[in-house]
Design a protein around this ligand. Structure first.
Ligand code: AMP
Ligand code: GLY
Length: 425
């Protein structure tokens, strides 16, 4: 079998790594890929937003399955375009991908499906939004409706901050058309967790809970990033709560979209906030999280290719999706300066030594492979992931592996999983 994985992050390296474990998989193409995916398959320089290019590649190379890593190609209709060619795609169609592609769509679906979420209003007019912010007071959350590369959400502590965010989105158009409409919602307080499920349109199969670390600095300080580390399970969402949580935030969405004639197939990711009043959904993503994907796939025991085809064929109820009871912890090694400006092109050493450790896998993100060397090419460079019998063991091993890896100007948080350890007592 021939698989095309779309994307270029640590998540996509992990997807290629896991898919390659099935002996039926002969060839893996990755577009555009990174230094890690190059060690598993063939990188093809086509970007994730080039839908015609990706479809042509899948057709010309007679690919049996396309796996979408990031949200952008899904929102742009990759699954629809492949469907017209009769090529299976793992990931939802453009309509269902709006759960991530449009915050207004997503909040309206949550509201109609009865999923707990922060009270909100949608605005197309700047003046109306300003009046609403002034009437509500702060803290308040301003969200650009469309995709904004993870930067479209501002939790404003003061009215001035809220109005500035609104101005950026609606007047200055910092995110282009994505900011012409905004969602304004109540700010929630609490601890966040990620809960992902494979979905086949009707049925779901749960992955264990996980937790990301969005802020760049220790103690959750500094600007938000794509994620500085993740672990699974997250003690705040223990296994005995999985089914009730899925019935709260996964099942209603599947039923609602199916009733609209647009069944959701792929990975549905609920971003949860545990407030004093219980869990509330902050957002949906229509794909694996990065870096949550890395620890989750380290734990997944069931063959990923089988799961993906079961999702596509509506047969998820016929297979058993299992994860090891062990804990996985991933620490992101970034280039100093990220998420602002950072240097590139540094040579990385020690990946093989870290990979040789029992239960350790180094997933590459912002890297490229050139003349026998692995060089940094992005802000998030690696996600060093380890399995252990409990969170303390997994965390310890991940940091031991990090110590084996070197590149100039490297930075990582030293407190990944501390919140989970504290909760475990
Ligand atoms: P989203 O893209 O909607 O997940 O937002 C990104 C991040 O913004 C979340 O992971 C939260 O940290 C934060 N956030 C989003 N909505 C809220 C809210 N209503 N209250 C507090 N923080 C929020
Ligand atoms: N780790 C958060 C995300 O992938 O959106």
């Amino acid at each position: 079998m021939k698989i095309l994985v779309v994307g270029s992050g640590g998540r996509e390296h992990a997807l290629c790594w896991k898919l390659s474990q099935n002996p039926k998989v002969e060839t893996i193409l990755c577009a555009p890929g990174n230094g890690g995916t190059a060690t598993i398959g063939e990188n093809i320089p086509i970007k994730d937003d080039d839908i015609p290019g990706l479809v042509a590649l899948a057709r010309d190379r007679e690919v049996d399955l396309v796996v979408a890593g990031p949200e952008l190609p899904l929102v742009l209709g990759l699954a629809n375009a492949l469907d017209r060619e009769g090529i299976p795609c793992f990931g939802p169609n453009a309509y269902a991908a709006n759960l991530e592609g449009s915050k207004a769509f997503s909040k309206n679906v949550m509201h109609e499906a009865g999923v707990p979420t922060a009270p909100f209003r949608v605005f197309d007019e700047h003046d109306d939004a300003v009046a609403f912010i002034k009437s509500k007071g702060t803290p308040i959350v301003i969200k650009a409706d469309g995709l904004a590369a993870g930067k479209g959400v501002v939790v404003a502590a003061t009215e001035a901050e809220a109005l500035e965010a609104l101005d950026d989105m609606m007047i200055k158009r910092s995110f282009g058309a994505a900011g012409s409409r905004v969602v304004i919602e109540e700010a929630l307080k609490g601890e966040e967790a990620s809960f992902l499920a494979f979905c086949d349109g009707t049925n779901y199969a749960l992955l264990p809970s996980s937790q990301d670390h969005k802020a760049v600095g220790e103690g959750d300080t500094g600007p938000n990033t794509g994620g500085m580390g993740a672990y699974s399970p997250a003690p705040i969402l223990p296994e005995e709560k999985y089914v009730e949580t899925a019935e709260m935030c996964i099942r209603p969405i599947l039923e609602h979209l199916a009733a609209r004639g647009e069944p959701f197939k792929g990975v549905l990711y609920a971003g949860l906030m545990y407030t004093e009043d219980g869990p509330s959904v902050l957002e949906y993503n229509v794909r694996f999280g990065d870096p949550e994907c890395q620890p989750l796939l380290m734990r997944l025991e069931t063959d990923l290719l089988t799961i993906m085809f079961a999702c596509i064929d509506g047969k998820l109820d016929q297979i058993d999706v299992r994860s090891t009871p062990q804990t996985a912890c991933g620490v992101v090694m970034a280039a100093k300066g990220y998420p602002g400006n950072y240097p590139k092109g540094m040579e990385i050493s020690g990946i093989d030594d870290a990979d040789a450790m029992d239960g350790v896998k180094v997933f590459q993100a912002g890297t490229r492979y050139e003349e026998g060397k692995t060089l940094t090419s992005g802000g998030r460079v690696l996600c060093v992931t380890a399995l252990g019998d409990d969170l303390a063991a997994a965390r310890k091993k991940a940091y031991q592996a990090v110590e084996k890896i070197h590149f100039d100007n490297s930075y990582h948080r030293r407190d990944i999983a501390d919140k989970g350890l504290k909760r475990l007592g």
